[in-house]
Design a protein around this ligand. Structure first.
Ligand code: RP5
Length: 163
């Protein structure tokens, strides 16, 4: 998308993209420019280091980091840059994403990661959280986000229907 990229979506593997695309979709809907990159804490640690080291100078304001299993990517990124990191635990086959959740959630004092729910809902909420952070200083985005939220509320019926 055109415009200054202020949101970085990073993930540990190509296999995480199906989940992390939910964050990208939300940002697309809200007109928020982003970049998406594969940055693995274990397989490409130098890439992680460089990404974190240059994040502030490149103008990133929020990083959404998704990983599964021994999900060290969000925490390692939070240790390398002061840019706020929103963590998305990707659902795993072996442990259903509880491993990812605990790996991302249990950060030591000093290096927080704002951890979302497991899987696609968490990724979508990460996109909304990133938009909310940027909307603090972007009135036009704030209006788009308010409209998005109102539309969601309006789409919820008051009474349940039979299938
Ligand atoms: C993690 O291992 C990735 O974040 C991914 O969720 C998981 C599996 O990766 P692949 O083996 O599918 O590449 O590093």
């Amino acid at each position: 998308m055109a415009g200054q990229v202020e949101v970085g979506i990073i993930m540990g593997s190509q296999s995480d993209w199906a989940t992390m695309k939910e964050a990208a979709n939300i940002l697309d809907e809200l007109g928020v420019p982003y970049e998406a990159r594969i940055v693995s804490a274990h397989r490409t640690p130098d890439r992680l280091w460089t990404y974190g080291k240059t994040a502030v100078d490149r103008g990133l304001k929020v990083i959404i980091a998704g990983a599964g299993g021994a999900a060290h990517l969000p925490g390692m990124m939070a240790s390398k840059t002061r840019v706020p990191v929103i963590g998305v635990p990707v659902q795993t086959r072996a442990l259903s994403g509880v491993d990812s959740l605990y790996s991302i959630l249990q950060m030591p004092k000093g290096f927080p990661v704002a951890t979302m729910a497991i899987g696609a809902p968490g990724a979508a909420n990460a996109g909304l959280m990133a938009a909310g952070i940027l909307a603090i200083s972007d009135p036009a985005l704030a209006e788009r986000l308010d409209t998005w939220r109102a539309a969601l509320s309006a789409s919820i019926p008051e009474e349940p229907q039979d299938d």
